[in-house]
Design a protein around this ligand. Structure first.
Ligand SMILES: *[C@@H]1O[C@H](CO)[C@@H](O)[C@H](O)[C@H]1NC(C)=O
Ligand SMILES: *[C@@H]1O[C@H](CO)[C@@H](O)[C@H](O)[C@H]1NC(C)=O
Ligand SMILES: *[C@@H]1O[C@H](CO)[C@@H](O)[C@H](O)[C@H]1NC(C)=O
Ligand SMILES: *[C@@H]1O[C@H](CO)[C@@H](O)[C@H](O)[C@H]1NC(C)=O
Ligand SMILES: *[C@@H]1O[C@H](CO)[C@@H](O)[C@H](O)[C@H]1NC(C)=O
Length: 393
C-alpha cells in the first residue's frame, strides 16, 4: 500500500502530503535526517531536515533501535583510531540527533549493532575491515567505554582474489534469529564466522567457521524463516552472488549453530559467468517473496546507473528474476519501508538517495518518485560519498 492510501484509509484529514523520515550517513562526516513528503503515489519530495556530526571523520553505518530511538553510528576512519557514537533521535515528527555518548575505537569499523543480554541489546559488536577484528562493548556508550574484547582474524595466505582478499576482512557482525550466536561474514577469508554469545558477559566463543565458495568474499547476510526452519542468505561481494544456506541447529546445549551451502546464484542470472570483475556487491534485503542484492560499478543501466538483482524466494530456494535500475552509482546501501512499497537507495559515489516504488507482484523496482543528492559526491572507486540509508518509521 502506498502512503497516500494510508491517509485515505486512516483518520487523518490532512490529505495533501504524508511525511516519512529517513536517516543517512555521509563518508564526509555528517549524518542527516530526511523527510519524504508524498504528493501522490508517484511523486514525492525528499529534503534534509537536520544534520549532526560527532561520528568521527568517516561515518559509515547507522543502526536505529526504533523502540528506544537510540542510534549508533560507526566511524570507518582509516587513520588508526576512530569513534563509536550514540545519539538519541527526537520524536519521529521532529527528529533531530542528540549525542548521548561516544567512545574511542581502533577505527575502520564498517558495521555495528547491539546484541545479547536479557533484552538482546545489552552489548554492541562492531566489525573492523582492515585491522581484521571484531570488537565488543557494553552499552550504553560513555566516554569511559572500553572494549569487552577484540578478536583478530588471520588467514594463512591470500585468497583467490588477492587484490581483495589480502587478509581477513570481517565485514559485519549480527545475531542469528535466536540471539544466541554472532554471525561474522569475512570477505577476505571466504568464511562465515560463528560465535556463541555469553549473554551475561557479552563474550564470544568461536564455533567452527563455515566456508563460502572460494573467491565469494561474503560481506552481509540475513536469515529468513520457512515454516519451522531458517535459511541464511549470504551476500557475496567479491563474486557478486548470493549463497543460500540451510541453518543447522545444534543438537544439544554444548553444540553450535552451523550453515550448509545449498545453492549459489550470480547477481546477473544463471547464464552469466563473471570471472575477474570490477563489480562489487554491497547490500542484501528481503521483503515479501523477493530477495534483493545491490551491485556496485556495473553500469548495467547506463552511465552511473548500477543494478539491483531481484530474486524470487520459493520455499527457500532462489530463482533469478532480473535486474532493476538502482538510479544510483555504487548503491552501497538500500532499505525498504515497512510496507515494502518503496526502496530507499543510497548511491555511494553519486551521493544520492533515490526512492523507488516496488511492485509486490513482480518484485521489480520502478522509476524514482524522489531523488536527493547530498554533496559532496564521491570519487570513482573511493571510500567517500553517501555511506548508508535507513528508514525511521
Ligand atoms: C584474478 O586476478 C588476480 C589478481 O588480482 C589473479 O591472481 C587471479 O589469478 C585472477 N583470476 C582469474 C580467474 O583470472
Ligand atoms: C538462460 O539460458 C537458458 C538456455 O538458453 C534460457 O532458457 C533461460 O531463459 C536463460 N535464463 C535467463 C534468466 O536469462
Ligand atoms: C534447492 O536447490 C538445491 C540445489 O540446486 C536442490 O538440491 C534442492 O532440491 C532445491 N530445493 C527445493 C525445495 O527446490
Ligand atoms: C569500475 O568498472 C570499470 C569497468 O567498467 C573499471 O575500469 C574500474 O576500474 C572499476 N572501478 C572500480 C573502483 O572497481
Ligand atoms: C510516529 O510514531 C507514532 C508512534 O509510534 C506512530 O503512530 C506514527 O505512525 C509514526 N509516524 C511516522 C510518520 O512514522
Amino acid at each position: 500500500m502506498a502512503p497516500l492510501k494510508w491517509v485515505v484509509a486512516g483518520l487523518s484529514l490532512i490529505s495533501e502530503t504524508f511525511a516519512v523520515r529517513l536517516l543517512a550517513s555521509h563518508f564526509s562526516g555528517t549524518i542527516y535526517t530526511l523527510d519524504l513528503n508524498f504528493a501522490s503515489d508517484t511523486s514525492a519530495t525528499l529534503s534534509v531536515t537536520s544534520k549532526a556530526t560527532g561520528c568521527g571523520v568517516t561515518p559509515t553505518w547507522l543502526y536505529l533501535d526504533s523502540s528506544t530511538r537510540i542510534v549508533y553510528c560507526m566511524d570507518e576512519s582509516w587513520a588508526g583510531s576512530g569513534v563509536v557514537t550514540q545519539y538519541t533521535l527526537g520524536a519521529n515528527t521532529t527528529s533531530t540527533f542528540t549525542q548521548t555518548g561516544q567512545a574511542k575505537t581502533p577505527g575502520n569499523s564498517v558495521y555495528g549493532q547491539p546484541y545479547g543480554g536479557p533484552d538482546g541489546k545489552t552489548f554492541l559488536a562492531t566489525a573492523e575491515y582492515s585491522p581484521s577484528t571484531i570488537t565488543t562493548y557494553k552499552l550504553p556508550i560513555t566516554s569511559s567505554t572500553k572494549p569487552i574484547e577484540t578478536l583478530e582474524f588471520k588467514i594463512p595466505k591470500p585468497g583467490p582474489r588477492p587484490d581483495r582478499q589480502d587478509k581477513a576482512h570481517p565485514h559485519s557482525a549480527f545475531t542469528d534469529p535466536s540471539g544466541q550466536y554472532m554471525i561474522v561474514p569475512d570477505l577476505g577469508a571466504d568464511v562465515i564466522r560463528i560465535f556463541k554469545i555469553d549473554q551475561t558477559t557479552g563474550k564470544l566463543t568461536a564455533c567452527p567457521t563455515v566456508a563460502s565458495l572460494a573467491g565469494d568474499g561474503p560481506r552481509h547476510g540475513l536469515f529468513q524463516k520457512f515454516g519451522s526452519v531458517y535459511k541464511y542468505y549470504s551476500l557475496n561481494e567479491v563474486s557478486s552472488s548470493v549463497g543460500v544456506y540451510d541453518v543447522v541447529q545444534p543438537s544439544d546445549s554444548t553444540g553450535c549453530l552451523s550453515l550448509t551451502l545449498k545453492q549459489t546464484l550470480s547477481n546477473y542470472g544463471p547464464n552469466v559467468t563473471l570471472g575477474n570483475v570490477t563489480v562489487k556487491s554491497a547490500e542484501i534485503r528481503l521483503v515479501g517473496d523477493y530477495l534483493y542484492a545491490s551491485n556496485r560499478n556495473d553500469s548495467s543501466f547506463g552511465f552511473e546507473q548500477d543494478s539491483i538483482a531481484v530474486f524470487k524466494v520459493g520455499t527457500g530456494n532462489l530463482t533469478f528474476v532480473g535486474l532493476s535500475n538502482s538510479h544510483a552509482y555504487y548503491p552501497r546501501s538500500f532499505a525498504f519501508n515497512k510496507e515494502g512499497t518503496y526502496a530507499a537507495i543510497g548511491g555511494q559515489t553519486t551521493a544520492n538517495v533515490a526512492i523507488l516504488p516496488r511492485d509486490p507482484k513482480t518484485g521489480l523496482l520502478g522509476k524514482p518518485v524522489a531523488n536527493l543528492v547530498i554533496p559532496p559526491r564521491g570519487t570513482y572507486g573511493g571510500e567517500d560519498g553517501l555511506s548508508s540509508i535507513i528508514w525511521d518509521e
